[in-house]
Write a protein that binds this ligand. Structure first.
Ligand SMILES: N[C@@H](CCC(=O)N[C@@H](CS)C(=O)NCC(=O)O)C(=O)O
Length: 252
């Protein structure tokens, strides 16, 4: 599939999800230690959890569990007692939780002190929309593709609904590459739109003292996906280049 078609179907997938997982509340205290999510990018249930993580401005270690990766699934089964994703571990509270509804409820209660907002709550419509999103992406980010082992986890700057970033997350999942997901959800009107076409006439400035602000100070703009690979000391913008890099570096 050409990159443009991939981007288009990814836009459609985000649209069918009503662009949940785009915005992030201005202030959510960051937990001391990163949470870990055993995840399958194309799995409709895992999507709910990642949408909640963006909305809550929480970063997370992703352990990809693509179908067909026997080692990853065996590891998951050892820890959780079941081969099912999503599964979340939170070292801050020592909680281990299975299933999207329990995980999303836990995240909102623990990190926002509220119940799950209706747009993220479970229900038949929401579940169907998430399945349609997976169908639109033709099941990408589900099956394991044989890959070389990775010594150090990568880091990906993302937000859940980002159509370009979804393509990278799918590929990382298919190769079973663990990574730290840094959520840079949108926090104000000026964050809307692509990096080179902001919805503001003023000079772009992220909210002070936010993760976006830190990123802006480092790179002079905010654009996702942005990938860091400590194994090769590479830092890369642009989804197509990142996908080519992952194929060239990690496909077995
Ligand atoms: N050509 C870039 C486009 C990336 C892009 O437009 N990303 C959007 C999110 S989907 C973005 O970073 N928008 C600016 C922002 O979120 O602040 C690529 O293929 O990676």
């Amino acid at each position: 599939m050409s990159h443009s078609v991939d981007v288009l179907t990814s836009v459609l997938a985000s649209t069918v999800r009503s662009w949940r997982g785009t915005s992030t509340k201005r202030k959510t205290p960051e937990p001391e230690m990163l949470l870990t999510l055993y995840d399958r990018e194309g799995c409709p249930d895992c999507r709910f959890v990642r949408e909640a993580l963006t909305e809550l401005n929480l970063d997370v270690n992703i352990v990809p569990c693509p179908e067909g990766n026997k080692e990853a699934v065996a590891e998951l089964k050892k820890i959780s007692g079941t081969p099912l994703v999503p599964f979340l571990t939170d070292p801050n509270t020592k909680k281990q939780i299975s299933g999207q509804d329990s995980i999303v409820s836990y995240l909102f209660k623990e990190y926002r002190g509220t119940s799950v907002p209706s747009k993220l709550s479970s229900g038949i419509r929401n579940a169907i929309a998430s399945r349609i999103a997976t169908t639109l992406r033709n099941g990408s980010g589900i099956q394991y593709h044989l890959a070389k082992p990775v010594a150090e986890p990568l880091t990906l700057y993302s937000f859940e609904s980002s159509p370009y970033t979804r393509l990278v997350r799918e590929r990382l999942c298919e190769y079973g590459i663990p990574y730290t997901l840094i959520n840079l959800g949108k926090q104000q009107r000026a964050d809307m739109g692509p990096a080179n076409f902001r919805m503001t006439l003023k000079e772009y400035k992220p909210l002070p003292n936010s993760k976006r602000d830190t990123f802006f100070k480092q790179h002079g703009n905010v654009q996702v996906p942005f990938l860091i690979d400590p194994n090769t000391e590479l830092e890369l913008f642009e989804s197509k280049q990142i996908l080519d890099y992952l194929d060239n570096t990690y496909a077995a």
